[in-house]
Design a binder for this molecule. Structure first.
Ligand code: NAP
Length: 435
């Protein structure tokens, strides 16, 4: 018998559990441990609330979770309730699938002002992450600045711009929906430190901005390279750039009844955020591209007034004491998923925050190949009974998958009309609903 502990119940965690089940059949016991009482990580707390079809993949993870040899162990924080060393003593393999839930820091003056948030915090607020339920972002002025040219910047700009009706079928939490409905937003400026050819936005997500009820994207035609140069782009980027060209060609009449403008500000790098106790403006420097397509400063600056700044410049994996870490890349130091004997990582914790949900599937399968080679038929460790005894001794209140199903049932029952669920945003409420 092989005993595997997977830390993190997001896509990388459940694909690894699925792979272990396929590889070892009845000869494996997998514990999927999560610090929260609810499973699915990025699916619940990262995928945009208005992208419900993407969230449907959780049904596949549920099928894995409901089998006898895979167990969900929620509300257990590794590093607090149990250490990595203790887990290594109990399991043949410990797989870190902890994702990259922390923001990469925006290292400019004023980034600590009230009203400046990383996307993990701001998205966490509207998506119902318990860590960010009390954020209270200031949406009381006409301008919001969103930093970064990736899909998360698009998610944030879109959610800020949609009407209550457009968010009707989403599972955005009510506390955020109510605030967004009364927000004074008229301009969302998306700052890219490089140009249209360097965006990390995908065509489907970019295209959505062209179909919003009360908002319209604006691209300055002067920022677009010569159209002939698009031929040199990778096909996905070319499609995205085609979208930007469409936005640039919108006639003014198209904007007439759209009170919110989503401005794509290319070649624009924030250099400082200013304000008296809270953000009032962002000072932006014009950039140019060097021969290696890196952004270089031009010395020309301008200001954008804003009450809210959301920095969407990528994520990092939180380090764990005693686990080798690559600080520059914000992930665990690993060799194709191996960290130390018995300790592995998958997904964003292994690769950094890139790719789609599906990218985590091969990751999970390849780490299970490594585990198969390293642990053979198992190394005689105790696995589940050992974990249960330790957590019991410490008085940790474990949330099981059957408890989660009760939480889910209550969330569905509490849903607004048209919404799939109203998430609990307090851990104590989740635990209460699950007991
Ligand atoms: P991302 O795709 O890596 O984009 C980060 C952006 O931040 C880049 O445009 C980068 O510009 C910019 N940036 C980095 N440091 C900066 C700085 N100091 N100042 C200004 N700009 C800076 O990251 P993400 O948007 O967080 O997305 C993470 C992953 O999740 C991606 O793989 C994304 O596709 C995926 N995702 C997918 C969806 C979807 O499919 N619907 C939705 C959300 C997220 P440079 O290029 O110049 O470095």
């Amino acid at each position: 018998m092989r005993h595997i502990a997977i830390i993190g119940s997001g896509p990388a965690g459940y694909y690894t559990a699925e792979a272990a089940q396929k590889a070892f059949g009845e000869d494996v016991r997998v514990d999927v441990i999560d610090r929260l009482p609810v499973p699915y990580g990025l699916i619940r707390f990262g995928v945009a609330p208005d992208h419900q079809s993407i969230k449907a993949v959780s049904r596949r993870y549920e099928a894995v979770a409901l089998t006898e040899n895979v167990r969900f162990v929620g509300n257990v924080c590794v590093g607090k309730d149990i250490s990595i060393d203790e887990l290594l003593g109990l399991y043949d393999a410990v797989v870190l699938a902890t994702g990259a839930p922390h923001d990469r820091p925006l290292e400019i003056a004023g980034a600590d002002l009230h009203g400046v948030y990383g996307s993990a915090a701001f998205v966490g607020w509207y998506i119902g992450h318990p860590d960010f339920a009390d954020l209270e972002p200031p949406l009381d002025s006409s301008h919001v600045v969103v930093i970064g040219n990736g899909n998360v910047a698009l998610d944030v700009a879109r959610i800020l711009s949609k009407t209550r009706e457009e968010l009707g079928g989403s599972d955005i939490v009510s506390h955020a929906l109510d605030v967004l409905e009364t927000a004074k937003t008229e301009h969302v400026s998306i700052l890219g430190r490089r140009g249209p050819h360097q965006i990390a936005m995908t065509p489907k997500e970019l295209g959505e901005l062209g179909h919003l009820a009360r908002a319209c994207p604006r691209v300055d035609p002067a920022d677009l390279p010569d159209v002939a140069e698009d031929a040199l782009l990778e096909p996905g980027v070319r499609k995205s750039v085609t979208c930007l060209r469409e936005f640039a060609a919108y006639p003014e009449s198209f904007r007439a009844d759209k009170p919110i403008e989503i401005d794509f500000d290319f070649f624009a790098s924030p250099v400082r955020i200013e304000g008296d106790g809270r953000v009032e403006r962002v000072v932006v420097e014009r950039t140019a591209l060097d021969a290696d397509m890196r952004s270089v400063a031009t010395g020309e600056t301008y200001e954008i007034p804003a009450s809210l700044v959301v920095s969407c410049i990528g994520y990092q994996t939180p380090p764990i004491d005693g686990v080798p870490y690559e600080h520059g890349r914000g992930r665990f130091a690993n060799d194709e998923g191996r960290i130390l004997p018995g300790l592995y990582c998958v997904g964003w914790a292994r690769r950094g925050p890139s790719g789609t949900i599906g990218t985590n599937r091969p990751d999970g399968y390849s780490v299970v190949d490594l585990i198969a080679a390293d642990v053979g038929d198992g190394t005689g460790k105790s696995g589940r009974p050992g974990l249960d005894a330790l957590l019991d001794k410490r008085g940790t209140q474990v949330v099981k998958f059957s408890d989660w199903k009760k939480i889910e049932e209550a969330e569905i029952a509490n849903a607004r009309d048209g919404s799939p669920r109203e998430k609990f945003v307090r851990i104590e409420d989740m635990i209460k609903a699950g007991s």
